[in-house]
Design a protein around this ligand. Structure first.
Ligand SMILES: Nc1nc2c(ncn2[C@@H]2O[C@H](COP(=O)(O)OP(=O)(O)OP(=O)(O)O)[C@@H](O)[C@H]2O)c(=O)[nH]1
Length: 206
């Protein structure tokens, strides 16, 4: 549970993707170290926020409810009215359900994201619309902090202009880029092979 200092943040998980690279399973429900990836991500956000908003398709929700059943946080659901419109549309749907000044946002496939790394991003918000990690591979908009009101307005106008990418959103926001975020926190699991690697690393570490 967060301290009072953190009470103006809401956690957001964007989880309405199809996991096609993962194979025949929903990656958010895949198990790492005894818990679904979605539960890892939501638990990290619950360290920073009282409420975690989960954005997904309506058909995903029953299994996601089960996956999050042990979590000590208020879960709010932001369901995509139209599926498969992309993560920017999912983020807009989620932010519309947020009642706080800013949101800490993660993709459902980032089980190693750390509360300390996210907290450090939050500390950089200042007057910016968003704080986003950046690596050699580019920005990481689904491991970031967004000021809700301006981001939602810009996300909607970006979508209205026919743009679907999170990078198009970032191009239109006042973004503070941070290059010091630990690589581990930014690890995403897109394939079964990647998950197997993480499982092996966990086993070796224990
Ligand atoms: N709401 C919503 N979220 C999405 C959509 N596409 C991707 N996401 C989410 O955005 C994050 C990054 O998604 P990707 O890994 O790029 O795409 P994916 O569809 O999950 O997986 P692939 O089909 O293998 O590309 C994940 O948390 C996804 O659940 C979408 O159309 N709608």
């Amino acid at each position: 549970m967060p301290t009072d200092e953190h009470s103006t943040a809401t956690g957001v998980v964007v989880a309405g993707g199809r996991s096609t690279r993962f194979g025949d399973r929903e990656k958010a429900l895949a198990d790492l170290d005894g818990r679904p990836l979605l539960a890892h991500v939501a638990a990290t956000l619950a360290e920073l926020a009282d409420t975690v908003v989960v954005n997904c398709r309506p058909d995903q929700r029953p299994d996601f409810v089960d996956a999050l059943s042990g979590l000590d946080a208020d879960i709010a659901w932001a369901l995509d009215e139209r599926p498969d419109e992309g993560p920017l549309a999912g983020l807009a749907t989620a932010l519309a359900a947020v009642g706080t000044d800013h949101a800490v946002v993660l993709g459902c496939d980032m089980p190693l994201s750390g509360a300390a790394a996210l907290e450090a991003l939050r500390d950089e918000l200042g007057d910016s619309d968003a704080v986003v990690p950046r690596t050699e591979g580019g920005p990481e908009p689904l491991h970031a902090v967004y000021r809700v009101e301006p981001t939602l307005a810009v996300a909607r106008s970006t979508l209205d202009d026919g743009e679907r990418s999170l990078r198009a959103l970032l191009d239109r926001l006042a973004v503070e880029y941070v290059e010091s975020v630990p690589t581990q926190s930014l690890t995403s699991v897109d394939t079964r092979a990647r998950l197997d690697e993480l499982e092996r690393a966990e086993t070796d570490a224990n």
